[in-house]
Design a protein around this ligand. Structure first.
Ligand SMILES: [Fe+2]
Ligand SMILES: [Fe+2]
Length: 208
């Protein structure tokens, strides 16, 4: 059963994710690197890609919170909360990078957050085996997406690359953790549906 207190806590977390600057305990990857010499077009591209990654991290926050809300096993709940904490750092790094590149964050972030929270809560209701399986598959898809961004980011933008590379390492660890805790392999149609819905988000957040 979801308690009203939990819902209030989640609502508060949601507002903080969307409105307050995220905090990071690890230093920003690539912090000591110099800002690359980029043309207007390259800078716009890098900012748009980092905006997509920031929206992805907004979704990650909401998915984890939603999943933790309905997960049954206290150990799973605890691990999900921990991972959500690490995702907060990604949120801080990507928003910082968008800012440095002179871009803006996605205006639709509240929408991505709400949708992802609901999806996460449903995954949690299906039981821990599927909940963790969903998490592992999400993180794998995010990992592949980050690799595609490494191919698209301007070569000289080492600062953005450093952020994306560290995120890739972390997401891979999150996927491994979910498998270790007993995550099941999802059916192919579910994986496909997840791919399509994340495409909608990444394509839209690129522009808006
Ligand atoms: Fe992340
Ligand atoms: Fe992750």
């Amino acid at each position: 059963m979801i308690k009203i207190d939990d819902l209030i806590v989640e609502f508060d977390k949601g507002l903080r994710t969307l409105l307050a600057p995220a905090r990071t305990s690890r230093p920003l990857p690539g912090k000591s690197l110099a800002e690359a010499d980029m043309g207007e077009e390259e800078k716009r591209l890098a900012a748009a890609l980092m905006r997509v990654n920031h929206s992805g991290e907004i979704c990650a926050q909401a998915l984890y919170q939603g999943q933790a809300l309905t997960a049954r096993d206290p150990l799973v709940q605890e691990k999900l909360q921990q991972a959500a904490q690490e995702e907060t750092e990604h949120l801080a790094w990507t928003s910082r990078r968008v800012q440095e590149l002179g871009g803006h964050l996605s205006l639709l972030n509240p929408l991505w957050y709400g949708g992802s929270l609901a999806i996460g809560a449903v995954a949690g209701l299906l039981g821990d085996k599927w909940n963790l399986g969903f998490l592992a598959e999400t993180e794998r898809q995010v990992g592949r997406h980050l690799q595609s961004h490494l191919a698209r980011l301007p070569q000289q933008d080492e600062k953005s690359r450093a952020v994306v590379e560290q995120m890739y390492v972390d997401e891979t660890n999150h996927a491994d953790m979910a498998v270790r805790l007993g995550g099941a392999e999802l059916p192919l149609p579910v994986k496909m549906a997840m791919k399509i819905s994340s495409k909608v988000m990444t394509r839209t957040a690129y522009w808006v």
